[in-house]
Design a protein around this ligand. Structure first.
Ligand SMILES: Cc1ncc(C[n+]2csc(CCOP(=O)(O)OP(=O)(O)O)c2C)c(N)n1
Ligand SMILES: [Mg+2]
Length: 323
């Protein structure tokens, strides 16, 4: 079972695969794990790597969901079942043969997952200088059981999917789609107020600025909202795309990077909110304990972020080669 955080099914068991985005980049592993049938419940993962692997697999793909609207950008779905996922699972269990022995193919998935978990934990837990993947992993781990976590586009929702541990202690929410950075602060305020529970918001600087009106009068509201802003002074996602290397840097920055230079701590202060800047895992963990509304700012660097993702994937690949 490949589980992303929004599924609510990201439990500790190694049969619940978290790090497919990392290990499917390793070609021999991706080939060895080629599926014959895929059953997808709900929306696709954010991972482009997983989408490419599914596209190449030429397998049967059943999509199960309650909505009649099918999200299938690569036109891979061979059967669309519009039904309640729980009811479908219960019906399937009545007809499939159940055996005590795990199927042979499961071993390959569990082995790849185990190797990836070890590498990702060793590189991200307690890293001295926080990376963006490390922030996503730490935020998910540090929020208390029963909390909600809203994640923004573009990198936070991806980093959470790719690098977080188990997240079944949380209710994870995201606005996905073409306008992925619209209204994210306001959505999180709504979640915090409606749930009455601790709520985390993991958000990039541009999405934060784009909806900073959501901070208006927040200090007067009974919202335990703990906002973590990853400030890489622009849109970090674009540094992963081909235009980063095909355009001159100043043109890339003007069109895609869009650095703004705004002091986000001052902005949050202007709304009378408590603000803290952190740079280590321990500081972030400690800052997440206090109740909100409050803002925690982590400064990162877009080019270094690409390198840190590459380093993580290279380390996972080395572990898989040695396995
Ligand atoms: C309303 C809206 N405008 C523009 C976009 C295009 N867009 C997608 S991601 C992104 C940059 C987001 O930057 P930030 O919030 O800092 O996150 P990062 O990429 O750095 O993780 C932009 C402009 C969008 N998704 N929605
Ligand atoms: Mg950014």
């Amino acid at each position: 079972m490949l589980v992303e955080p929004r599924s609510g099914a990201r439990i500790e068991s190694e049969c619940f695969i978290r790090h497919a985005d990392a290990f499917l980049r390793h070609e021999p592993t991706a080939k060895a794990l080629r599926p014959e049938v895929v059953i997808r419940f709900g929306a696709p993962h954010a991972s482009k790597v997983m989408a490419g692997w599914l596209r190449d697999a030429e397998c049967e793909m059943v999509v199960v969901g309650e909505s009649p609207f099918l999200i299938d950008p690569d036109r891979r779905c061979t059967m669309h079942v519009i039904a309640n996922p729980d009811a479908v699972c219960e019906d399937v269990l009545k007809v499939v043969a159940r055996s005590a022995a795990a199927p042979a193919w499961l071993g390959g998935w569990v082995a790849a997952e185990q190797s990836s978990r070890k590498v990702i934990a060793s590189l991200l837990d307690d890293e001295a200088a926080l990376s963006e993947p490390g922030v996503a992993r730490t935020v998910a781990a540090a929020l208390p059981r029963g909390a909600s976590l809203m994640v923004s586009s573009s990198m936070p929702v991806r980093d959470l999917e790719w690098y977080a541990g188990a997240t079944d202690h949380l209710r994870v929410l995201a606005n996905r789609g073409a306008n992925g950075i619209d209204g994210v602060v306001s959505s999180a305020v709504g979640v915090a107020l409606a749930s009455g529970a601790p709520t985390g918001l993991l958000i990039g600087d541009i999405a934060f600025l784009h909806d900073s009106n959501g901070l208006v009068a927040l200090r007067h509201r009974p919202a335990d909202l703990r906002i973590v802003v990853i400030d890489n002074d622009g849109g970090g996602i674009f540094s992963f795309l081909p235009q980063r290397n095909t355009l001159a840097t100043d043109r890339f920055e003007q069109l895609f990077g869009t650095p703004h230079g705004t002091d986000l701590a001052v902005l949050a202060n202007a709304h009378g909110l408590a603000v803290e800047s952190v740079s280590t895992t321990a500081q972030l963990r400690a800052a997440l304990v206090a109740q909100g509304p409050r803002v925690i700012v982590v400064r990162t660097n877009r080019d270094r972020n690409v390198q840190q993702h590459d380093d993580l994937h290279a380390a996972v690949a080395r572990a898989l080669d040695g396995a």
